[in-house]
Write a protein of this length. Sequence first.
Lengths: 161, 161, 426, 426
Amino acid sequence: MDVDFEELYQSVILDHSRKPRNFGPLPDPTVTVAGDNPTCGDEIALSLKIDPQADKVAGVGFTGSGCSICMASASLMTLKVKGKTRAEAGALLNDFQGMITGKTPEAEIPKALGDLRLLSGVRKFPQRVKCATLGWHALKGALAQTEGAAKFSVDPKDADL
Amino acid sequence: MDVDFEELYQSVILDHSRKPRNFGPLPDPTVTVAGDNPTCGDEIALSLKIDPQADKVAGVGFTGSGCSICMASASLMTLKVKGKTRAEAGALLNDFQGMITGKTPEAEIPKALGDLRLLSGVRKFPQRVKCATLGWHALKGALAQTEGAAKFSVDPKDADL
Amino acid sequence: MWLPLFAASMHDLAKHAPAAIDWAALRRDFPILNQEVHGKPLVYLDSAASSQKPRQVIDAIVHYYEHDHSNVHRGIHELSNRATAAYEGARERTARFLNANTPEEIVFTRGTTESINLVAATWGERHVGAGDHILITELEHHANLIPWQQLARRKGAELLYIPVQGDNGRLDLSRLDELLTPKVKLFAFTHISNTMGTVNPAAELCRRAREVGAVTLVDAAQSAGHCLVDVQEIGCDFLVFSGHKILGPTGIGVLYGKPERFAEMPPYQTGGEMIVSVDWHEAKFKPAPHGFEAGTPHVAGAVGLHAAMDYLDDVGRRNIWEHDRDLAAYTYTRLSELPGVRLFGPGTDRAGLVSFLLEDVHAHDLVTMADGHGIALRGGHHCNQPLHRKLGVKSSARASFYFYNTREEVDKLIESVEKIRAFFAR
Amino acid sequence: MWLPLFAASMHDLAKHAPAAIDWAALRRDFPILNQEVHGKPLVYLDSAASSQKPRQVIDAIVHYYEHDHSNVHRGIHELSNRATAAYEGARERTARFLNANTPEEIVFTRGTTESINLVAATWGERHVGAGDHILITELEHHANLIPWQQLARRKGAELLYIPVQGDNGRLDLSRLDELLTPKVKLFAFTHISNTMGTVNPAAELCRRAREVGAVTLVDAAQSAGHCLVDVQEIGCDFLVFSGHKILGPTGIGVLYGKPERFAEMPPYQTGGEMIVSVDWHEAKFKPAPHGFEAGTPHVAGAVGLHAAMDYLDDVGRRNIWEHDRDLAAYTYTRLSELPGVRLFGPGTDRAGLVSFLLEDVHAHDLVTMADGHGIALRGGHHCNQPLHRKLGVKSSARASFYFYNTREEVDKLIESVEKIRAFFAR
Ligand SMILES: Cc1ncc(COP(=O)(O)O)c(C=O)c1O
Ligand SMILES: Cc1ncc(COP(=O)(O)O)c(C=O)c1O
């Protein structure tokens, strides 16, 4: 098996894609944003419960289906985002984008990304970057609104968050 | 000056293009057919007076404007067609077509075409064949109807009569 | 239903007996195939999306630009003359390729998609009204679905579908009597399904359509370069395909139409090349084909397409058909022997492509890993979302073949699929 | 009106001082120019109809087909990835070429004609209604005339023309106040006239249009490859041109549009590549640019266009502009010294082309004889019939220049015209 693919599909990633964390509908969400990638049919709906006092992500859940990269990325993201303030979540999003698009040099990938750093192999597969970012597009949308539901689609060539 | 062009623009042809014969409106025509070549803007309207008894072309006239090949060809045609029966005129048309499109080998060009044979040089200039045939398209149309007026346009690539 | 593709009346019989063909030599005509990707020899199994180009086609394009290029029709100088001859020569060649009666039945477009849009926006716009039916099938590529769907919505017409039976990809033709009624103004269907590999009985379907007075459009995107396609034998009103799928250049496609149909269509795009005369406030338009080709045409595309058709008929489309089908049959058999493989399309009588899924492995992951083994597959909905939805899947993987592919390449594919299955079963 | 073309804010200033350019070496990049026609060295003076292609552009196309071809966007394998990168890279390059803000403002089409038809059928169809005005000019090529004429007829709108003064080819802009009123929904005009060589003050006209709330479309077919064209400086809503006129391949063109405009347009052609999701009876479409590019795109065309733009900016469009204008001015002067020559277009500030007529010699005869001398001119109405009618002529001859032409070639043209005059004066 090719070394690149070992890197792309590390066991943590396979594990998250098979048993995604925070998977399932979130009761009483503050916002829900559903996104799909029309090219491959992957769909993610992300719900956040925002604590208005602290402006913090108090709860998170997602539903949908996708390839292993997509599911693992969304799953890992939900773990990281829970408990963060809006601003902190935004910073996380920036860090992740820098890593996944290859804008951040390998050596400078923030430690703070934790297990998400396992997804850094994706940057070598430009055609898969959009898989890894689908859940994050939903997060970006969810952080940008205060309540309600929204839908969007990812342009296949659009890796920018 | 190139030999080819001497052949294409022989003095008889230049003469006919400058002083076209049977040029001008024909009084009381039996049929009139106007044609144009949209690519270059050349226009010829041909009128025939048909003697119904003899089924002969008793009178002919044309108006319009065009390049020297177009005008000379129409002019020479009117000289030949006057006095011919419909069938004879149709045969002339066939002979001319064979010559101008190059379908008739050089050696077999009918003597009966007379001065029209001076136009045989046109076959070497495929882009000018349509100029030489504009008047003949009008003739074909005119022979095909018994009275009245008609209009048509020549497709730029259509050299068939 | 199967035989008509090879009826004895075909105009363009193979020039070689299959045994005499040196497929390996033909493959060497394709420069792109001689490369490694990710350190592995390229195994290109995505020809249904776009075929590769032989040296002969590339050379024809280069020769055109290096010797003969100019604008067509408009000029009366030597190069313009040559460019016009090249362009109109390609039209004549296409007419022969399809066994059309005259070159005037051939309109050049950008591709299958534009050809269908042209018909929908002209013939459709004029002849389909409220309450009329448009009949298509569940097998259609988006290109032969959305234009009719949108036309139906604009006009208040009804869009009906001949259903697909299921994973076997065959149309449920028992429904034809009920669906193909005199209310149907237009019946559009694919000759060969790009997802399922189903081969539809085009001549039979067109005959049935004629009985109810419906106009027919055949999407030959997947058939034109792979088997003999004879518009007279099929008896369709319109037939469409893309150059890039039949060894030709990108940006050129074909719309075949019966003269009666072209004559009842208003112009599509307007501009230069397609007019008889223009005044400030009115214009008169040329008839087909030029009346449907506004603006400077893709001359180099037509030239390359001409070379592609020459190449295909030199190999013989009957031979290509047998070759591609053999590879697909072999692939189908080998894949069906693997555990956890779901196969789509008919088990017999299939065209040269196979779509499939691996249990518990997303098509994207499969295709990415196969790519790592040098194997180019397609993964996705293959521009047929609603069909995938009907089959209960989001996407599938597809291997599609052309005459430059080999059994050894299929073996590599099988090996790759086995590795991938093992990897994800860790 | 003249200066803005070279305003200091231009994004893409020439890289070389004009003196440093070895024009003869550049000419050698064009294989087609190195040939004889009718036994005479080819003098190609028909670049306004279509330009020739440098080796670099041909090589880019060949390289693409030999190494990277595949369908775009749809695949997730290596070649598909490369093809997508090449195609989207060409879009980014085009955005830079025009100084657009983002690649999303660039839609690829077949050419100028299709770009204009697209705008007429989408923006026009939706925003022009009965009684509205569409303003164009008498200089327009049929491609920028008939689509608006037909739209006006369909909608019951009025098509108004800014008149041309006469043989000098200049617009009578004193009429602008009266014609460019708030009733004008769309104002479309050519940047450079393909018949007259007139250069219109595009930025000024767009500014005036904005004052009355009219949307603007600039036909840059004759300018994009010959001078700097900066959509931000011009301030237009749409701008269109063809690849084949700017050293690029046939079959590819550009539609620049402001995001606000694209956002208010329904889709044009429908099919693959341009959808978000499809169901049996409805579909959702992508925004620009992909929403306006249905079907497999002309990838090789985009790749060749990219190489063409690189080539042009390497030479420097300012330098090209000066070079072409110098040849045109020289031609104009030389022709005006001959008896019996009627010249069209402005005597000063003209672009790199000259239309003319010889007294008592039909343009067709002139062009045929010039062809015999190896000189490729265009004869006809140059796709502007009504303008020719207004000037009282059926056709004219046109010499149009590019940077590969030389003063020696102009001398040959003059010599040829003199011979022809003498010949017909026999
Ligand atoms: C000013 C102008 N507009 C439009 C066109 C049409 O361009 P195309 O035929 O490439 O679509 C041309 C070229 O013929 C032109 O010169
Ligand atoms: C059956 C079928 N129809 C239509 C198309 C669309 O062809 P194009 O994208 O070349 O317009 C395709 C190819 O993608 C196809 O396979």
